[in-house]
Design a protein around this ligand. Structure first.
Ligand code: ADP
Ligand code: MG
Length: 693
């Protein structure tokens, strides 16, 4: 009886050493081999007449040795002239043994495979695979030859042999690998069957459409890609179900605290903010943990939405926590929340990794006994040694740096309350809809699609760095008019040290050019407290110009800053540029962003800078970014798990995304028992376990 979940060592000829190599390809079991798909194919099913061969083509050639010589050109080589009646070409070997040289006697018949190149003697095959033919016909291959992704020390032929064994096991016991997408579902979604798809991809027939296979758009490939996307979506849904199987505190809305807070704000909430707040308020009133993503472009006013949600939790007798991805941002949120909530008599605490000693113990004690009603911090907040008395709401700013695991870990933080906290995640990176569906299938989405009134869109210009003096003059002017400015130094080397040195050098040269200005510097290697001091000074207007590395990318809010210079913007992704630029244009004055590039620009860079000049719409920028860089880069690969897809490619398979949700829904209705095995097949045992309640 064949069991495909057996380790690969169950196959003949696979020992520990080979198993280690296979593990590098993420192949552990026999079934994994079946899902290890070819990168491309070679056609060795027909013999190509030499006369029709073209340079650059791979082909099987069969002919008779006409002559064989060792020649001395720039490099010594064995040159074998081969004729087949239609023409003549040369096989060239730079490395060869005397025995090999002996083989190629005139008149011997040879079949070889290789890529033709235009060489010194006409068409040549360098180091072709070859075989001497004996009397009688040796048949050519009856299917295309798959070329697999492999690893050092594991040859194609070996890998092919192993996959052949796995296919035989599959044929011997087809039930060992069930097609979890049932026949009726396959018909409805027009998908081929699993086993025939796998056979097709490992052993395509000679008439297979190679171009389509090469593009990854063959129905067999698309079926597997869709199955993988389906598994990812099912897994996210499962996380959601698991969290929502728990109880959450019921937090009534509309209590006095929120109303008092709103009247104390110097502005009125926008319609979009109010709508999103209604959605949140409604979620918090239910005894089921909220799982909601608030998407809002930079400057759309997400912080005040977070504060309102926190107040609903606090009014309901719970604690609220807000986690930010960087210390700078956490510090800023802490100040904002303290300014907003302290007048309402609410205790706001601050916790980051850098908080040490007695201060840390005191804060932890206040979180534990419930004195700290609102806690702001970095990921340090959700680590094992921090215990809440009764956490009702966890807010995560900048969602894309926070993954499914952390989301699950939050379940434990309700602590003594015995209930799972509501979760609100906020992102300024607009996630294109198609991606939102697969990456965030476990979250409900609210969109703040309106900026506060009175904002003038940031004017963006691209200027070559030889015009730096003009840019400096512009800073002088802006600061003389009472405005503030940022100068952002981007990564010049792949080293933080060098980057920080570069930022220091820039600060020095700007200080020389602009002696009348107060100039500050923040970079990644400064202590958190130092960074916080500089940021605070800038915010309070004590500094005119802030020189910074991209540490200020997210969330920093200084409305009086109206000019930003970004040096070498061509090094950054569009979404990152958009984030940075979002630091200005937050007040009512007209703001400017100068992209100070280093010519010459590649066509690609020119296109990207043009996008930045033409639009301030974060959604369009994200779409464009996705198009230019792909989803792994845009979303950050690690936490999303997107880059770990084996077969699906979110860009190429974009059109499949529309089918994922309906298919998941149909599957859960018609065959819910298929969900778990599908998740295990594609995401592994660990992901399978997320689902166990
Ligand atoms: P983001 O969505 O990028 O996090 P913030 O929450 O930092 O944006 O808000 C940007 C700025 O807009 C802040 O100075 C904030 O006080 C202000 N703001 C937020 N909501 C409004 C509003 N409804 N009207 C006017 N200003 C607002
Ligand atoms: Mg923000």
């Amino acid at each position: 009886m064949s069991d495909l979940t057996q380790p690969a060592t169950a196959l003949s000829g696979v020992g520990e050493a080979l198993a280690v190599k296979l593990a590098r390809l993420r192949v552990e079991s026999v079934a994994d081999l079946l899902f290890h798909l070819p990168l491309r194919y070679q056609d060795r099913t027909r013999i190509t007449p030499i006369a029709t061969l073209r340079a650059g083509h791979e082909a099987v050639i069969e002919g008779e040795v006409a002559a064989s010589d060792v020649v001395r050109g720039r490099r010594r080589s064995l040159l074998v002239r081969l004729k087949d009646g239609s023409g003549i070409l040369s096989l060239r070997f730079f490395h060869f043994s005397p025995a090999q040289q002996q083989q190629f006697q005139p008149g011997v018949r040879v079949r070889c495979f290789g890529e033709a190149r235009a060489g010194a003697t006409g068409l040549e095959l360098y180091h072709p695979e070859y075989r001497l033919l004996k009397a009688g016909d040796t048949p050519v291959d009856d299917h295309l030859t798959p070329i697999y992704p492999t690893t050092e020390g594991l040859h194609q032929a070996r890998l092919r042999g192993l996959i052949g064994q796995a296919l035989e096991k599959l044929d011997a016991a087809p039930a060992a690998l069930p097609d979890w997408i049932s026949q009726p579902l396959r018909e409805r979604f027009r998908l081929p069957e699993l086993h025939s798809s796998l056979h097709y991809l490992h052993e395509p027939p000679p008439d297979a459409d190679l171009a389509r296979l090469a593009d990854g758009r063959h129905p067999a490939q698309r079926r597997l890609a869709l199955e993988e996307l389906l598994a990812h979506q099912l897994s996210l849904r499962q996380v959601r179900l698991r969290i929502q199987a728990d109880g959450a505190p019921v937090l009534p809305s509309g209590r006095g605290l929120q109303a008092r807070f709103v009247t104390q704000l110097p502005f009125a909430l926008t319609g979009a903010q109010r709508r999103v707040l209604d959605e949140i308020a409604h979620d918090l009133e239910r005894p089921v943990p909220m799982l909601r993503l608030v998407q809002g472009d930079v400057g759309s006013g997400k912080t005040v939405v977070a504060a309102m949600a926190a107040l609903q939790a606090i009014a309901g007798g719970c604690q609220a926590a807000m986690m930010a991805p960087t210390e700078i941002l956490a510090e800023q949120h802490f100040r904002t929340f303290r300014d907003w909530l302290a007048p309402l008599g609410i205790e706001v605490a601050w916790l980051a990794g850098k908080l040490k000693g007695k201060a840390r113990l005191d804060t932890k004690a206040a979180i534990l006994d419930g004195r700290a009603q609102m806690v702001v911090g970095t990921h340090a907040l959700f680590q094992g040694d921090v215990h809440f008395q009764r956490l009702g709401l966890a807010i995560v700013d900048e969602q894309h740096r926070f993954g499914v695991h952390q989301r699950l870990a939050l379940r434990e933080k309700g602590e003594a309350g015995g209930l799972t906290p509501h979760q609100l995640v906020m992102t300024a990176t607009p996630i294109p809809r198609t991606l939102a569906m697969s990456a965030y299938a476990d979250l409900d989405v609210s969109v703040i699609d309106e900026l506060p009134p009175g904002r003038t869109p940031v004017q963006t210009v691209a200027v070559p760095d030889e015009r730096r003096p003009e840019v400096v003059a512009r800073i002088r002017q802006a600061c003389a008019a009472g405005r503030q400015a940022y100068w952002v130094c981007t990564l010049i080397e792949e080293s933080e040290v060098l980057q920080c040195q570069a930022a220091e050098a820039t600060r020095d040269s700007l200080a020389e050019a602009l002696p009348e200005l107060a100039i500050g510097l923040v970079h990644g290697r400064m202590k958190a407290t130092e960074k916080a001091e500089v940021m605070a000074a800038f915010k309070q207007g004590e500094l005119d110009l802030l020189v910074a590395t991209t540490v200020i990318e997210v969330g920093v809010d200084v409305p009086n800053a109206s000019l930003m210079i970004i040096e070498n913007p061509e090094r950054l992704g569009l979404s990152q540029l958009h984030q940075l630029r979002g630091r200005v244009g937050r007040g009512a004055t007209e703001s400017f962003c100068v992209l100070l590039y280093h010519p010459p620009l590649s066509a690609h860079s020119r296109e990207r800078l043009a996008v930045m000049r033409e639009t301030t719409d974060g959604f369009r920028i994200a779409e464009k970014d996705l198009e230019l860089r792909g989803p792994g880069e845009v979303l950050g690969t690690r936490q999303t798990g997107l880059a770990q897809m084996k077969i699906a490619d979110l860009e190429r398979d974009r059109d499949l995304l529309d089918q994922v949700s309906p298919l998941a829904k149909a599957l859960l209705e018609e065959a819910p028992e298929a969900s778990q095995p599908l998740i295990r097949r594609w995401l592994g045992e660990e992901a399978g376990r997320y689902g166990q309640v």
